[in-house]
Design a binder for this molecule. Structure first.
Ligand code: NAP
Ligand code: ZN
Ligand code: ZN
Length: 347
């Protein structure tokens, strides 16, 4: 067993504190990654507070992991010791259902092992990246280019792929007017990707103070959703809305901004069920859809796209003992635009 240092929430809604546990030994198909950086996702906060139900404690959160490969199993072919590697939101799946066979493991019909707050096939709990190492099957690890600053790469493993994947699925490009709702970790990556794909991008935000940043990130327009005149001006104008809001909100408010045949894709996961007016959909043949992270193949494609185009997350690097304050700031929408833990601060 591999002695591992971490930070964990001992029980629901309790502050994170130092925690020790053992990782499994490196099996023939596994690699051991010494973690350098781990991003802080709003999903970490939802799960520590058990807002989605079924949380497992103690919980070591963290699914935006970047580090160095320090050991490889005998049968490993994809990675070598010394290379940089990443881990996203899941570390195993059934490997034989139609979704797994299509490389869309995140939609596995059987057992998906989430990187934390999940279980391995043998029922043992998974512990995430707020820790100094991870042992993972090489098929569920990603290659990371050393061209980009690694602290900015870590959030690509969740915030990056979660926003890249729907933009690819809906084939977003230069002919589209795209709105990104919520300028947080996911939202700021969505703006970078949509702008890079050539779309005309509008940020819809509750925070007027984020306007300048939004434009710097690549957005063409900024709408403060508390300003009635600004909201009226965008009614019926978007082809595609990517909704990243983490808290309860009025879905109809955003749906009426779609054009004929427009689609709003939900990636944010507030615990409350959406209330949607049928009139708001039928009146303009609008659609509402959802999307969850992305498969290993598409995640690698996204990382390679970022390396090629110089895209990283805008981060505030923190020491791990700042994590509870970081969560408080996240609740107040005070993140510009992703906290990333420097795991060296754990040693
Ligand atoms: P985040 O950094 O906290 O950003 C969320 C943003 O939503 C905030 O910055 C704020 O933007 C906006 N917002 C918050 N409360 C709001 C409210 N009541 N009304 C309107 N807007 C509000 O969170 P994140 O890490 O980007 O995650 C966002 C959501 O996506 C979370 O629910 C997370 O669990 C989920 N998620 C889903 C997937 C997936 O696979 N689908 C993957 C990762 C995360 P403004 O200040 O601009 O208004
Ligand atoms: Zn996440
Ligand atoms: Zn499967």
């Amino acid at each position: 067993m591999i002695a591992t240092k971490a930070y964990a929430a001992p029980a629901v809604s309790t502050p994170l504190a130092p925690f020790k546990f053992d990782r499994k030994e490196v099996g023939p198909n596994d690699i051991q990654i010494e973690i350098l950086y781990c991003g802080v996702c709003h999903s970490d906060l939802h799960q520590i507070r058990d807002e989605w139900g079924g949380s497992i404690f103690p919980m070591v959160p963290g699914h935006e992991i970047v580090g160095k490969v320090v050991k490889v199993g005998d049968a490993v072919t994809k990675f070598k010791v010394g290379e940089t590697a990443g881990i996203g939101c899941f570390v195993d799946s059934c490997r034989h259902c139609p979704s797994c066979e299509a490389g869309e493991e995140q939609y596995c019909d059987n057992h998906l092992s989430f990187t934390y707050n999940g279980t391995y096939k043998d029922g043992a709990p998974t512990y995430g990246g707020y820790s100094d190492q991870y042992v993972v099957d090489e098929q569920y690890a990603l290659h990371v280019s050393d061209k980009l600053p690694l602290e900015g790469v870590a959030p690509l493993l969740c915030a990056g792929i979660t926003t890249y994947s729907p933009l690819m699925t809906w084939k977003i490009g230069k002919d589209h007017k795209v709105a990104v709702v919520g300028l947080g970790g996911l939202g700021h990556m969505a703006v970078k990707f949509a702008a890079s794909l050539g779309a005309e991008v509008t940020v819809l935000s509750t925070s007027a103070s984020k306007k300048e940043d939004a434009l710097k990130l690549g957005a063409h327009h900024f709408v403060v959703t508390k300003d009635e005149e600004q909201v009226k001006a965008v009614a019926g104008t978007f082809d595609f809305i990517l909704n990243t809001i983490s808290a309860q909100h009025e879905y109809n408010f955003y749906l009426q901004m779609l054009k004929l045949d427009g689609t709003m894709v939900l990636v944010g996961i507030p615990p409350e069920a959406p209330q949607v007016s049928a009139f708001n959909l039928i009146g303009k043949r609008r659609r509402i859809a959802g999307s969850m992270i992305g498969g290993i193949k598409e995640t690698q494609e996204m990382l390679d796209y970022c390396a090629e185009h110089g895209i990283v997350s805008d981060v505030e690097v923190i020491n791990i003992d700042y994590i509870n304050e970081a969560y408080e700031r996240m609740i107040k929408n005070d993140v510009r635009y992703r906290f990333v833990i420097d795991i060296a601060s754990l040693k």
